[in-house]
Ligand binder design. Structure first.
Ligand code: DGL
Length: 274
């Protein structure tokens, strides 16, 4: 069956798959089109305007493929580009289409996970510097203290397929030690970069058992389901033949190999230009 109006899911690279996997598990009836800008990942160390320009290109491309709704399954793009795209670009570009991010749904619920009221946020340098998590969590949970730690080497580890290597152990340990040094009271750690769940087993193993490690995928999926229940015209504009398509700006073989391991079944991807 033809994929006419899929939900577009975008990330700088492989990370958004951790979000798509949960969305697809919850709502397998819809069509999905994944776009990874692997050729230009990582975004986390790029300046504001570059992340905005790259994200806008990706959104325009997904709209041109027929997507009525695009999820920025990337915290860096959500922090740096989402608001401008929603407020400045969308009204003239495609007033009936929508672009949603991953920060708002996460910050709405993350305070419910902590008893100590101290949350650690692990993210890219771009997300950390934007202060989006500090500002948004404090809106919903004013008593929560947010301790941020940038992990600039983690996205390259995932993109280069080194997330199971001994090098990954050392990089993970170094960042977790820096976060732990900020407060002994942290009882919840949010993986606020969609690449990081690919490192979850190593992160979990490196932390004491009383610290909960939270990935965003399930949170974002539940929030999207609720959004579609509240926006029925949008929900009915999405085509529903249950198909998945994967596109990358990078090497499709490399993408397919890495994505298949994570997805648990063969992922074939197509190379596209933005
Ligand atoms: N997955 C992106 C995020 O959630 C990684 C950004 C990057 O490419 O550095 O922030």
């Amino acid at each position: 069956m033809k994929m006419q109006h899929p939900i577009g899911v975008f990330d700088s690279g492989l990370g958004g798959l951790t979000v798509l996997k949960e969305i697809h598990a919850l709502m397998p009836e819809y069509d999905y089109l994944y776009l990874g800008d692997n050729a230009r990942a990582p975004y986390g160390t790029r300046d504001f305007d570059t992340v905005y320009q790259f994200t806008l290109q990706a959104v325009k491309w997904l709209f041109a493929q027929g997507c009525p709704l695009v999820i920025l399954a990337c915290n860096t793009a959500s922090a740096k580009a989402l608001r401008t795209i929603q407020q400045r670009d969308l009204p003239s570009l495609a007033p009936d289409k929508r672009v949603l991010g991953v920060i708002r749904p996460t910050t709405e619920v993350i305070g419910d996970y902590t008893d100590s009221q101290h949350i650690g946020v692990l993210a890219t340098k771009g997300t950390v510097d934007s202060l989006s998590y500090v500002i948004e969590i404090n809106k919903f949970f004013p008593d929560v203290q947010v301790h941020q730690q940038a992990c600039p080497t983690w996205v390259p580890l995932v993109e280069e397929g080194e997330h199971n290597s001994p090098k990954a152990d050392a990089e993970i340990k170094a960042c977790l030690e820096k976060l732990a040094a900020q407060s002994p009271l942290i009882d919840t750690i949010l993986l606020a970069c969609t690449h990081y769940p690919l490192l979850y087993p190593k992160i979990r193993a490196a932390l004491p058992s009383h610290i909960e490690v939270v990935s965003q995928g399930e949170i974002v999926a539940a929030s999207l389901k609720e959004y579609l229940q509240r926006h029925l015209p949008m929900a009915s504009s999405i085509s529903g033949s249950g198909t998945l398509k994967f596109c990358t700006t990078g090497d499709p073989l490399q993408f397919g190999h890495a994505a298949s391991v994570f997805w648990g079944s063969e992922v074939v991807s197509e190379r596209v230009e933005l």
